[in-house]
Write a protein that binds this ligand. Sequence first.
Ligand code: PLP
Length: 383
Amino acid sequence: MLSSFHRDTWAEIDLDAIFYNVQSMKQLLDDDVEIIAVVKANAYGHGDVQVARTALEAGATRVAVAFLDEALSLRKKGIDVPILVLGAVRPEDVVLASKENITLTVFQTEWLEKAIQYGPLPRPVALHLKLDTGMGRLGVKEEEEVKRIVELIEENDDFFLEGVYTHFATADELNTTYFEFQYETFLQMLEWLPKRPPIVHCGNSATALRFRDKVFNAIRLGIAMYGLSPSLEMKPLLPYPLKEAFSLHSRLVHVKQLKAGEKVSYGATYTAEKDEWIGTVPIGYADGWLRKLQNFCVLVNGTRVPIVGRICMDQFMIRLPEPLPVGTKVTLIGEQQGEKISIDEVATYLNTINYEIPCTISYRVPRIFLKNKSIIEVRNALL
Ligand SMILES: *Cc1c(COP(=O)(O)O)cnc(C)c1O
């Protein structure tokens, strides 16, 4: 199975960690709360269908994505539970959504009026109404518009209102003032509906982890399913330990000695101070191992070694403590012999959030899926 890629760089996706993270959330929540597994952006870079299947096995009952193409792709790969598209879908694409039984978000009257024109549809499309309670992104804000949308849906056989939801801007922050403002706003806006649709949801990972009495009857579980904390400040508040599912590895492809004064990589920015052993690692910024990671470190034989010189498109160099054989494993994210480089550490070095790190590791890096510690699938997006 490993022969389905021909490159000494890969990401490992620990599906047992995903299973555990979803199951732990399931145990935390009341029995009547559904888990919607958020698998947009190829499951935050982890692998959409593999994560979706695992989450469903662990107790999730629905999945959500950002775009229609992501939903269609999951349908094609055999995911047969309800799939909610969180983002905007073109009005003309309601026909496709109807054929594939994809749930859409309604967030504006004009969108619905246009979408209605494409009826009659092969089958009624389930809609979730998005309310903007203070995120300022997608969603309806005014009572009149909410009522108009509900009316239009009721008058039309091509659509039905299955859900209503909102999204919090600050659920991961210690200060809860704005969260509470949004929550109260949501409660008031729900009163504008003649009756509540079957599914009401407002919780992302941070909300579900911290305010499980405020999630109504479904949550949208993203980052915590992947074993990552929604923010650094929330880490001490986690109700159960999260297990990181994503790790990134490579192997030395070349090892040589540089003499004192010799240079490494573009711009010749690094100079060997003495005779040094330099190893070449075959992954670069085109794989999402960004140039700003210059001077960061990786793990070799359980110890941290520095990245030296500029990171290239497909390769970078590290300074080794001793001459090591070609083929030696290099861990960029994850554990080696008890030493660990976490996604949070990489994110902190890059001055960004953990969400961005696995998403950025590109399609060019094959994903290996592990279950019960053995490989169950290898996905190489290039072949
Ligand atoms: C991405 C997304 C989520 C998931 O958020 P996490 O913080 O990853 O749990 C939930 N809801 C919406 C609308 C999203 O776009």
